[in-house]
Design a protein around this ligand. Structure first.
Ligand code: S3P
Length: 433
């Protein structure tokens, strides 16, 4: 059976416009962190608007196997924190599913436990690099064993950890988080320096829950051991899910959307910045702070975008938005290009190759570099069969492309959207009909 004829193939037809108000499910990155920190805290926590993403359920499943009691009712998760000492040795493998965040961030906690654990994932996660977390955790005193090529399963024999000063070779918020979570257990100051600013939800949440955090330029310092207090926490709407609707509304003439209660942490809003710089009519209103995180409503109207090069320093701040930005690039006046995004090759799929291949399937002109893409502007897209490689962000980016293509577009393995945004197609239907 070819990948186009499977049960989860989805047909997308061109639409006239997008209109209405949308509220997005809780941010995936922040949900993972609130769950891990609530588990590490003392006392009860309640997490409201917890992400519906399957990845975030993977985090809860792993926590359960480690003796943390998580109760989920709709999008509220209640948890009794086990503190630093209450973790139980798992009797089975910890299955992170498709979630790199679960596997990498949880490793920081497991590195400090007086027991062994083994983290596994699905076929896609089993191809993703883990040396980046093994290296600092080994330096802190844990034993970490990887498979040939630095791949999962990840076997961890925890130890009493020492603090380190760590210069991260790659700009990765997951690695930063793993080191900081290990630092929660270590006696003394753990310092992590990042080569470029990455999302800072972990630092913000650690501080909010009672840890002592310092920041100097690109270095974050955590005083350990850190005792955290359970809290009532509210997760902002996911800007990386909103990104697909922002791109769609910008491209489809006559569109006007209001996206409510979206997380607007400045380390996540580079896409908004770039499209605004290019002439996009995007307005942010009703700003407020929620547990140290900025939230607000985003109003977006269809616009003619100039296009151009995305500056390298912006790339870490829009890494998850690059597939849909590449699609948007085909509708700009002068096209779009970016470099410095080699990390896209080791996401849930090789996203540079997947975007280039699928844009070509739609008839667009695109050039692929080892670390980026160049997409020609003013392209007419023609509906085609899209190979999503089972990657949620490729499926959603090309669903957006299908809205402006001539004729129907068929996405393979479209059920992958459940990884980050299970209601994606329903939400799209709601604003296009
Ligand atoms: C994430 C960080 C990014 C991002 C991923 C979520 C996080 O990955 O691509 O979707 O929640 O910290 P890296 O840390 O590997 O860059």
């Amino acid at each position: 059976m070819s990948f186009f004829s499977q049960a989860s193939a989805k047909k997308i037809e061109p639409v006239k416009r997008l209109q209405g108000r949308v509220r997005f499910p809780g941010d995936k990155s922040i949900s993972h962190r609130y769950a891990l920190l609530a588990a590490l805290a003392e006392g009860p926590s309640e997490i409201h608007f917890y992400s519906a993403a399957e990845d975030c359920q993977s985090t809860l499943n792993c926590l359960e196997r480690l003796g943390v009691n998580c109760r989920r009712q709709g999008n509220t998760v209640s948890m009794e924190g086990v503190g630093l000492e209450g973790w139980r040795a798992p009797t089975r493998d910890l299955d992170a599913g498709n979630s790199g965040s679960t596997l990498r961030m949880l490793s920081g906690i497991l590195a400090a436990q007086p027991f062994r654990s083994r983290l596994v994932g699905d076929a896609s996660l089993s191809r993703r690099p883990m040396k980046r977390i093994a290296e600092p955790l080994i330096r802190m005193g844990a034993k970490v064993h990887l498979q040939p090529g630095g791949l999962p399963p990840v076997e961890i024999e925890g130890a009493k950890l020492s603090p380190i000063q760590y210069e991260m070779p790659v700009a990765s918020a997951q690695v930063k988080t793993a080191v900081l979570l290990a630092g929660v257990f270590a006696e003394g100051a753990t310092e992590v320096s990042e080569p470029a600013q990455t999302r800072d939800h972990t630092e913000i949440a650690l501080e909010w829950m009672g840890a002592t955090i310092g920041r100097h330029g690109r270095t974050i310092r955590l005083e350990g051991p850190a005792r955290l207090r359970g809290q009532k926490l509210y997760v902002p709407g996911d800007i990386s899910s909103a990104a697909f609707f922002i791109a769609a509304a910008l491209m489809v003439p006559g569109s006007e959307l209001v996206l409510e209660n979206v997380g607007l942490n400045p380390t996540r809003t580079a896409m908004l910045q770039w499209v605004t710089d290019m002439g996009g009519r995007v307005k942010v209103v009703n700003l407020e702070m929620l547990q140290g995180e900025l939230i607000g409503d985003v109003r977006v109207e269809s616009s003619t975008l100039q296009g151009g090069e995305i500056p390298r320093e912006m790339v870490p701040g829009l890494i998850d938005e690059l597939p849909v930005l590449a699609v948007l690039g085909t509708q700009t006046e002068s096209g779009l290009s970016f470099h410095g995004a080699e990390e896209l090759r080791v996401k849930e799929s090789d996203r540079l190759a997947a975007v280039a291949e699928n844009l070509r399937r739609l008839g667009a002109e695109v050039e692929e570099f080892p670390d980026g893409l160049r997409v020609a502007g003013r392209q007419t897209l023609r509906g085609a069969s899209i190979n999503t490689y089972g990657d949620h962000r490729i499926a959603m980016a090309f669903a957006v492309a299908g809205l402006i293509a001539e004729g129907p577009t068929v996405l393979s393995e479209s059920d992958s959207v459940k990884i980050s945004f299970p209601q994606f197609f329903e939400t799209l239907h709601q604003v296009t009909s």
